[in-house]
Design a protein around this ligand. Structure first.
Ligand code: ATP
Ligand code: MG
Length: 509
């Protein structure tokens, strides 16, 4: 009396197929689950028993052994409830075996037999397709996500009896179909737009440059000046996600169970803004069975660190490696997992502890040492990874009241995309995609300076007291400004503008 049901789970952000074997034997009634289950899987036995009894089905008074294969990977989560329940019913002869082998089955059960949403659907569905499975039975809330995988029949379920009737051929279910491209188009528009922001033209310009060259940026301004508002609109001017990027992004969000809204695909660039009290594991990823953190949720999008100096120094230190490598590797006794972390960093801070130093209408209470201490809370290596500093002044009433509408995001985005195309051509033989990723050697090759530019640069370094660290950053940003202008050579005007984006170097000394 053995039955086999195919199910699945995720490891990192990749799915794998799990075979659920159920054996009924005479002996003391009870259920044991083997095959490295975690606490949630072990609790499955209680949920399954209750769900079967509460749907007027007979729970076998037998010794039940459930084996989850492959046995060497730690299984976690509650998605095995439904396959285990159906496995028990199949071993007991209630579910006919004829159709069982055709489907991969996923779902958590509530005590009354309803099928509840699970995590990681897209990854598991993609793997099911690869493994040659014909169809997948899963909770209704996850159906849209699985249906993005083309060529897989996706049947949505609401209750355990429904699953039973379907497998026994007594109930027909309509397969959910989604055309990935259509799903992509449907969800690829942003709710926000740069036209919502009045004035602040120089900040929009800086954000356009940041988006064009992939430069990390910090916004410095008093409370209420619109830093958060501006940062939130950065994704709207980045190049649109490709379908592959959308699928990759969706997988990461799905693993954390952030997709249960009936939406099949995340087709806009994510914007994540973790609070400064976040734990290292929350930021980078971690846990007993490693889960992606905010840096991975921001993959292909923007990570916004509001009030940067408030973040623990350690949190900013641990950010360095994922920023550099665009992926993070988390090691555990059970093995190590890699999560992608290709995000753009936008940080925001007040100009001083009280916040009003650059506000012409308010008096600042802070002493110079206090200000210095505040700014120096951001470590040098962190500052090294931020190419653009921009002051965001409090917006003036005449700007707020004016009816002039600034450029919409779509116009900014077109210019960004043109500049990106130039970079892709330039770096076609290198392994990088944007000016921000240039090495010192690449900077030398791609940003040669004429005499006028050199003069401006030397004035900046010598007279304005800019640090050496500013030098390479200015060149990279100048390269992007030239790309936006469609110029092949970096010229004096590009350097002059780029120098303006180093305010913290100037003031911090
Ligand atoms: N340029 C602007 N155009 C239109 N509205 C603005 C502008 N700047 C600020 N606002 C309004 O002010 C509100 C506050 O802005 P926001 O929260 O972005 O400021 P902030 O700089 O992030 O402040 P804090 O330092 O307190 O976080 C916005 O929600 C918006 O309604
Ligand atoms: Mg804010």
């Amino acid at each position: 009396m053995i039955s086999r049901v195919q199910s699945g789970a995720v490891l990192g952000i990749d799915g794998y197929v799990v075979e659920v074997e159920v054996h009924l034997s005479p002996g003391l009634p009870g259920m044991s689950i083997v095959g490295l289950p975690d606490a949630a899987v072990k609790e499955s036995s209680d949920r399954v028993a209750a769900a079967i009894r509460n749907t007027q089905l007979e729970f076998p008074v037998r010794r039940i052994t459930v084996n989850l294969a492959p046995a060497d990977i730690k299984k976690e989560g509650s998605a095995f409830d439904l396959p285990i329940a159906l496995g028990i019913l199949a071993a007991d002869g209630i579910v006919k075996p004829d159709h069982l082998h055709r489907y991969l089955i996923l779902g958590e059960l509530s005590l009354d037999g309803r099928v509840k949403p699970i995590k990681g659907t897209l990854s598991i569905a993609a793997q099911a397709k690869k493994a040659g499975v014909e169809g997948i039975l899963l909770p209704k809330a996850n159906a849209a996500e699985a249906a993005v995988v083309s060529g897989l029949k996706v049947y949505p379920l609401e209750t355990l009896p429904e699953a039973l009737a379907f497998l026994n051929g007594e109930l027909e279910l309509e397969a959910v179909t989604k055309d990935p491209e259509g799903e992509y188009r449907e969800h690829s528009a942003y709710d926000l737009d740069f036209t919502d922001v009045k004035g602040q033209y120089h900040v929009k310009r800086a954000l356009e440059i940041a988006a064009a060259g992939g430069h990390n940026i910090i916004l410095i301004g008093p409370p209420g000046s619109g830093k958060s508002m501006l940062a939130k609109r950065l994704p709207t001017i980045l190049p649109p996600l490709t379908l592959d990027e959308a699928i990759e992004t969706t997988k990461i969000h799905s693993v954390l169970g952030l997709m249960n809204n009936g939406k099949g695909l995340i087709a806009t660039r994510p914007f994540r803004s973790p609070h400064h009290t976040i734990s290292d594991a929350g930021l980078i990823g971690g846990g007993k069975v490693p889960m992606p953190g905010e840096v991975s949720l921001a993959h292909n999008g923007v990570l916004f660190l509001d009030e940067l100096p408030e973040f623990k120094r350690n949190a900013l230190e641990v950010l360095r490696q994922p920023m550099e490598d665009r992926q993070v590797c988390i090691s555990r006794a059970s093995g190590s997992l890699t999560f992608p972390t290709g995000f753009m960093l936008v940080a925001a801070m007040n100009p001083c502890p009280c916040g009003y130093r650059t506000d012409p209408k308010r008096e600042c209470q802070c002493t110079p040492p206090q200000i210095k201490k505040y700014v120096s809370r951001i470590s040098g290596p962190m500052m090294d990874r931020i190419d653009i500093h921009i002051q965001v002044p409090a917006v003036e009433y005449k700007d707020l009241a004016s009816n002039t509408v600034g450029e919409p995001s779509s116009v900014l985005r077109q210019r960004v995309q043109k500049a990106r195309v130039r970079q892709l051509q330039r770096f076609s033989s290198a392994k990088i995609f944007s000016n921000a990723s240039m090495s010192s050697k690449q900077i030398k090759t791609h940003c040669p300076l004429d005499a006028a530019s050199q003069k401006i640069m030397s004035t900046a370094i010598d007279k304005m007291g800019m640090s050496a660290r500013a030098h390479d950053r200015i060149l990279k940003v100048a390269r992007t400004i030239a790309d936006l202008a469609g110029d092949n050579a970096v010229a004096a005007e590009h350097i002059a503008e780029a120098i303006q984006y180093r305010t913290l170097d100037r003031e911090g000394g």
